[in-house]
Design a protein around this ligand. Structure first.
Ligand code: NAD
Length: 443
């Protein structure tokens, strides 16, 4: 099929490249000229494993990039809206979605062919029906559901494994305003095997599925952190073992293979969740609930617990250091998770901010996210290091924020240092006996 994708961020570009891989003819559109030029030169504007190979294979063939939305929509049967929906403190900002819808609508006015507009951005329930549809109707002078179609198709990919997640989806959710629109969207995904569960629903339910999915994952993380924090206060309890004990329940274990399902990776204590989705989506849902007259007390607590985790991480350091004034600390990991250079809402920043406020001297290292981190945390008091060895040279303490496998040898490198270096494991990614002065979340 001929598809156009508006927005070439993590979701738009990965979706575009993967749809090309599935055999579709894709045009990616962005207002950011640099981004478009980079894609045309087969360069990805961010780090995502496997994406470079797809660009190499498909750019100038089945995948093209342009800033010219009009021509892209005109030569497509479907237009996906995959622009950002940031949280502005009170609600999600759908101005980019509005803008994209308005521009697509203006092109719909010019074309005779039946066209389906698909909202792929994460938007609060009601946005597709109440915001996007009226804009498309007004800008096109046509009638949605008669002259053109409209769907909501949430995206569940995870940064760091986005290409794999898109090409091997766990589910496909098709929220359509009518049968005809939904059928067109389903056709796009026919290359996927029938074993992939497909859920047909209305647009509002599709929107809510995305929020409910992210809110549940965030709740599991904060739940684990709350249990870990209590365990640490009581003393003599290891949260990792507690969660292992929980996982062993028949509800969390495949009885046949004895394997733990993926959900258990969210039942783990740590220095807090970040990224461009979980914090934003949970806050947006809370704000949306407030407007709808339904307070979301559980989710409010999920955010509160999460926002306290950076301070809890620093408390671990304080157990071994009477003062942070002048303490030389290495922060290992700046991206919100391994496998990505996305630093949005990474707990590394509140941790660094607080350490600096208390007089610590900081070095920081991430295998790939140093440049992104510097853009949002450009403080002369932080020395960004280009490798692990220089990051952990001449330090009193280390805090592991992101469990990159590149940090695995850190305990080995620190083991014989005198005086011993305090090792704060913000992700419980290391053995508690790996160094003499180990302090892990929930221990
Ligand atoms: P992003 O901020 O990385 O990229 C958005 C892109 O849209 C930018 O390149 C921007 O220049 C472009 N853009 C904005 N307005 C435009 C317009 N009018 N025309 C053309 N281009 C325009 O965003 P993202 O992380 O890819 O997220 C996009 C949406 O997908 C969000 O709603 C997000 O919540 C959702 N989502 C994200 C992820 C994720 O892991 N990042 C996963 C699932 C869903």
């Amino acid at each position: 099929m001929r598809v156009c994708i508006i927005g070439t961020g993590y979701v738009g570009l990965v979706s575009g490249a993967c749809l090309a891989e599935l055999g579709h003819q894709v045009t990616c559109v962005d207002v950011n000229e640099k981004r478009v030029e980079a894609i045309q030169r087969r360069k990805i504007p961010f780090f995502e494993a496997g994406l470079d190979e797809l660009l190499e294979r498909h750019v100038d063939n089945r995948l093209n990039a342009t800033t010219d939305l009009r021509s892209a929509v005109r030569r497509s049967e479907m237009s996906f809206i995959a622009v950002g929906t940031p949280f502005d403190g009170e609600s999600i900002d759908v101005s980019y979605v509005r803008q994209a819808a308005s521009e697509i609508g203006a092109v719909l006015a010019e074309i005779d062919e039946y066209h389906v507009v698909v909202v792929k951005s994460t938007v609060v329930p009601g946005t597709t029906d109440d915001v996007v549809k009226p804009i498309l109707d007004a800008a096109s002078g046509k009638r949605c559901g008669v002259d053109f179609g409209l769907c909501m198709n949430p995206e569940f990919l995870s940064e760091g494994s986005a290409v794999h997640d898109f090409l091997f989806p766990d589910r496909l959710v098709f929220g359509g305003i009518d049968e005809r629109s939904t059928r067109v969207l389903e056709r796009l995904y026919t290359p996927f095997p029938l074993s992939v569960p497909r859920l047909r629903t209305n647009t509002r339910t599709a929107e809510m599925i995305k929020y409910a999915s992210n809110a549940l994952l965030a709740a599991l993380i904060s739940f684990s952190n709350e249990i870990a924090n209590l365990g640490a206060k009581i003393g003599g309890i290891d949260a990792t073992e507690v969660m292992r004990g929980v996982h062993l329940s028949q509800y969390f274990r495949e009885q046949v293979t004895d394997q733990l399902p993926g959900i258990t990776t969210f039942l783990k204590a740590g220095c807090g969740f970040g990224g461009s989705c979980l914090p934003k989506d949970v806050k947006a849902l809370i704000a949306h609930g407030r407007k709808a007259g339904a307070s979301m007390q559980l989710l409010e607590s999920v955010i509160r617990v999460n926002e306290q985790q950076p301070a809890r991480t620093i408390e671990l350091l304080r157990r071994h250091a009477s003062t942070l004034e002048g303490l030389r600390v290495a922060i290992l990991g700046l991206s919100f998770k391994p496998g990505t250079d996305d630093v949005r809402e990474s707990p590394a920043f509140p941790i660094m901010k607080e350490l600096l406020a208390q007089g610590a001297r900081l070095k920081a290292f991430d295998p790939i996210a140093n440049d992104e981190a510097r853009k949002v945390f450009d403080d002369t008091r932080v020395t960004y290091c280009s490798d692990l060895t220089s990051a952990i040279a001449d330090i009193d303490a280390v805090i592991v924020v992101t469990p990159w496998k590149e940090f695995q040898e850190t305990p080995e490198l620190l083991r014989d240092r005198q005086p011993a270096v305090v090792f704060v494991d913000g992700r419980r990614a290391f053995d508690r006996d790996c160094v003499p002065l180990y302090a892990g979340i929930g221990l």
